[in-house]
Design a protein around this ligand. Structure first.
Ligand SMILES: [Zn+2]
Length: 405
């Protein structure tokens, strides 16, 4: 008997999935998805007309602060054949991923949610499985592949047990976690931990191009500066960061927040009009009400299908609906998170830390939707495929920089 523990937010779509793949009595369904028999009955009626051909499903899009919001989630659709009780705490996660076979089954279910293993190089389904080594041999391209190929874990010598725990720690560290802490927790070098963290941040990067806002929505836009604090830097570092590279000591970051919804943030070259407004046009839907401070760069948004109102921070911070306090909250989380990394971040890696905080913010628990550590983990893990980055790409060729933070 399988058991799948489902967060409340996901019950609807998941029960849909269970119902369409299994022919089970209602009692058993209601107990498995931990819901009332009445609800199960309702879901059952909803689904009896639609049968089998549901394949790996895309979860519904809800309005509001929902873990499933417009995310391309294939998570939860884990192998229905195995007995998986997904971990909800770090302790459960350690126990869960200590078993090689379970770890392997879990990775397969994430990598190929429809259960059909395909070669990551040529997409062929003709292969033989070498069970002793847990690898496949592709009959088409005559190459071997593992479950790691084509994911953020590719080419890593570290075991999946370490990777899983690293993901868990990072996605759930509200105030950030340093590579030194990860290194100590996993028993790897700081350099390895640093590289792991950047790969994991890649999985946390939201690839969706769904715009925020829309008619009737309120969107806050604000900028802040990150970095600098030159007085706290080691003299050698200060010399390198500020003088040699010619990098100014602070980088501007723009934030866009849909009230009651999600946040988008990005490092921008300057706070000039064309940079700021390009970001707004790319990420805010037309007809949104936009609130900003009185910075000149925001002028002219009213002519671009937005309803723009400003608050002059020299005078006051709130005027009715017009304020950017929602973003202030996000900025403080971001800055606290960066502090949690112990050391100032290299400017060219800043966007990865911003992605990390955006992920945690958009997947935070709210009054309406409980989202637990296990849910955030699942969310990040569902994005491991088709994303990879090499050490060279991360560090720049020939660079022998010290990778701190
Ligand atoms: Zn192949």
């Amino acid at each position: 008997m399988q058991q799948v523990i489902i967060p409340s937010a996901a019950r609807g779509p998941l029960s849909y999935f269970l119902l369409s793949t299994n022919h089970q009595p209602l009692n058993s369904i209601s107990s498995r998805i931990r819901t009332s028999k009445k609800l199960a009955c309702k879901l059952f009626r909803m689904n009896t007309s639609k049968t089998q051909d549901l394949k790996p499903f895309r979860m519904n899009t809800y309005k509001g602060n929902n873990i499933l919001d417009t995310q391309d989630v294939l998570g939860y659709a884990l192998s229905m054949k195995t007995t998986l009780q997904l971990p909800k705490t770090l302790q459960e996660a350690v126990a869960f991923f200590s078993d090689p076979q379970r770890r392997f089954d879990y990775a397969i279910a994430l990598r190929w949610p429809d259960g059909k293993v395909t070669c990551p190089r040529c997409d062929s389904t003709e292969h033989s499985f070498i069970s002793t080594r847990r690898i496949w041999f592709c009959k088409e391209c005559k190459k071997q592949f593992t479950v790691k190929v084509g994911t953020i874990f590719e080419d890593s010598a570290l075991g999946m047990d370490k990777w899983m725990i690293a993901v868990w720690l990072i996605v759930n560290a509200k105030n950030g976690i340093s590579s030194y802490e990860i290194a100590r927790a996993l028993g790897v070098t700081q350099k390895s931990a640093w590289f792991m963290m950047h790969r994991i941040r890649l999985a946390m990067h939201n690839k969706d191009f769904v715009k925020l806002g829309g008619p009737g929505s309120e969107v806050e836009v604000d900028e802040t500066f990150i970095g600098g604090a030159a007085r706290f830097m080691h003299p050698a570092r200060r010399k390198r960061v500020i003088t040699e590279r010619g990098v100014k000591d602070k980088a501007p970051v723009v934030g866009i927040l849909e009230r009651g919804g999600r946040v988008h943030a990005n490092v921008i070259p300057t706070r000039r009009k064309h940079h700021l407004q390009a970001e707004i046009r790319a990420h805010v839907a037309a007809k949104s009400a936009i609130y900003t401070d009185a910075l000149m760069s925001y002028q002219g948004l009213n002519n671009q299908d937005f309803v723009h109102q400003t608050i002059d921070h020299a005078e006051r911070y709130v005027q009715g609906q017009v304020h950017t306090n929602g973003l202030e909250n996000f900025w403080s989380l971001l800055k606290r998170g960066l502090k949690g990394t112990y050391i100032a971040v290299e400017p060219f890696h800043l966007f990865r830390y911003v992605d990390e905080q955006v992920f945690r913010y958009n997947n935070r628990a709210t009054k309406e939707h409980f989202i637990g550590d296990g849910d955030r983990f699942q969310m990040a893990m569902s994005h491991i495929a088709n994303r990879r980055i090499t050490y060279q790409e991360l560090t720049g060729k020939g660079t022998d920089a010290i990778h701190q933070a």
